[in-house]
Design a protein around this ligand. Structure first.
Ligand SMILES: Cc1cc2nc3c(=O)[nH]c(=O)nc-3n(C[C@H](O)[C@H](O)[C@H](O)COP(=O)(O)OP(=O)(O)OC[C@H]3O[C@@H](n4cnc5c(N)ncnc54)[C@H](O)[C@@H]3O)c2cc1C
Length: 374
């Protein structure tokens, strides 16, 4: 099965790490991802925290909200196109996942295509094309009339705002990682690692137990709830309230889970080198490695029913599905109370239903494994 995968920067890191160590882990299901789309991300909120913020602090029922957005320092809740509630962003900060506060990637540097709002005018999405695979899809979608594309230099504010947010996230979160380091919690994923360290990482994972994963990642507030550990440990681990847990009576020896976790170590340089080798003229700056940047919006042909910014993600996925480049896409949908649900969209209708942003984390790697292993 050829799948597309939509995820946050940390989820893309987990996916690439699973691909990098597939032979050591003895599982190659992550290779079924033929196209990855990363979403820009400053931070996100655990579902229970978002619900407490909106319903308890502001008295708004989540079932009454039909869109969330973040603009100009505010979280905005919409109903029928009108703003129902504004929440100043600083008031949401205590509810941000602690694992986000040590993440250094704003623009999903390991994706084929990275998509966000900043950089482009309203009703457009900014699309960073990182690989040839991504460029081919964007050009196909433009040719076939699914999207309208402008070079980022033709629009305002352009990449300078993306660069500013990238730098802000990096600086703030490096300072937080150092602060945690002084308190005795090491942010192990931040260490820079070359090819020569890969064997060391595999050796380090040998004999590790769930207690090690708990100490180094989960209790240290580093876990991103991607579910990579649960997926590779088969029936030994489970996610409970976004937290990996050892199943009752299961063996605590989970060295493949320790190796798969993007927060026990992150050989990001090696993953980037492998991803971008053979991609031709790759630019490299604070946005990571990429071929070019565009402002993109879906056209009438995409017939979108629900989307966040320019609808670029959904329109590109529709085009890839129609062209037979993918059999389905791992995306996120929600129930009527905004509880996020990882889902495989296999039809145009399912893709259209999955448009829009959920500002909560969606654990999706265990589902990716299940789908890819069918
Ligand atoms: C937690 C979070 C934080 C973000 N922070 C920023 C930011 O700081 N700055 C910025 O410019 N952009 C940010 N974005 C991205 C932005 O909100 C839009 O998702 C992006 O611009 C794509 O818009 P679109 O209209 O092209 O996508 P659409 O066509 O609406 O498609 C969006 C796709 O993303 C999937 N999706 C939605 N939520 C999630 C999720 N939680 N996990 C995995 N997949 C999901 C949907 O299923 C759908 O496939 C953030 C997104 C998320 C989820």
């Amino acid at each position: 099965m050829k799948l597309a995968y939509v995820g946050l920067p940390c989820q893309l890191q987990a996916l690439r790490k699973l691909q990098l160590f597939s032979s050591e882990i003895g599982q190659s299901w992550a290779d079924s991802v033929a196209l990855s789309i990363g979403l820009f991300c400053r931070e996100n909120w655990a579902y229970t925290c978002l619900r407490a913020l909106v319903e308890d602090d502001y008295g708004v029922k989540l079932s009454e909200v039909d869109k969330f957005d973040i603009k100009k320092g505010k979280m905005l809740l919409y109903r029928n196109g009108e703003v129902l509630q504004e929440i100043p962003l600083p008031e949401t900060k205590p509810y941000v996942r602690v694992g986000c506060e040590v993440c250094l990637d704003f623009s999903a540097e390991l994706a084929d295509l990275s998509v966000g709002a900043v950089g482009s005018p309203p009703k457009y999405s900014t699309v960073i094309v990182r690989t040839r695979r991504g460029m081919e899809l964007l050009r196909r979608a433009e040719r076939e009339g699914y999207v309208e594309v402008k070079h980022i230099s033709e629009v305002k504010p352009g990449t300078k705002l993306v660069l500013k947010l990238t730098k802000e996230k990096r600086d703030e979160n490096l300072a937080e990682a150092e602060r945690r380091g002084r308190a005795g919690y090491s942010a192990r994923h931040i260490a820079t690692m070359g090819e020569e360290n890969l064997e060391k990482l595999v050796a380090e994972a040998k004999g590790k137990s769930f207690a090690d994963l708990e100490r180094d990642v989960i209790d240290a507030g580093m876990c991103v709830s991607c579910g990579a550990c649960v997926a590779v440990a088969d029936d030994r681990l489970e996610m409970v309230e976004e937290r990996p847990r050892l199943k009752e009576g299961a063996s605590g020896d989970v060295e493949e889970a320790y190796l798969a976790c993007p927060r026990t170590s992150l050989p990001a340089m090696v993953m980037a080198e492998r991803l971008f080798s053979g991609e031709g003229e790759v630019k490299s700056d604070s946005l990571g490695k990429y071929l070019d940047v565009f402002a993109v919006r879906a056209t009438e042909k995409a017939r979108l029913t629900r989307w966040q910014d320019g609808g670029a993600v959904t329109a590109l996925l529709l085009c890839a599905l129609k062209a037979g480049e993918i059999d389905g896409a791992m995306v996120a949908k929600r129930d009527e109370n905004w509880r996020p649900i990882a889902t495989l969209a296999r039809s145009e209708e399912e893709l259209r239903e999955s448009g829009g942003t959920l500002y909560c984390y969606v654990t999706n790697l265990p589902l990716l494994k299940e789908v890819a292993s069918r």
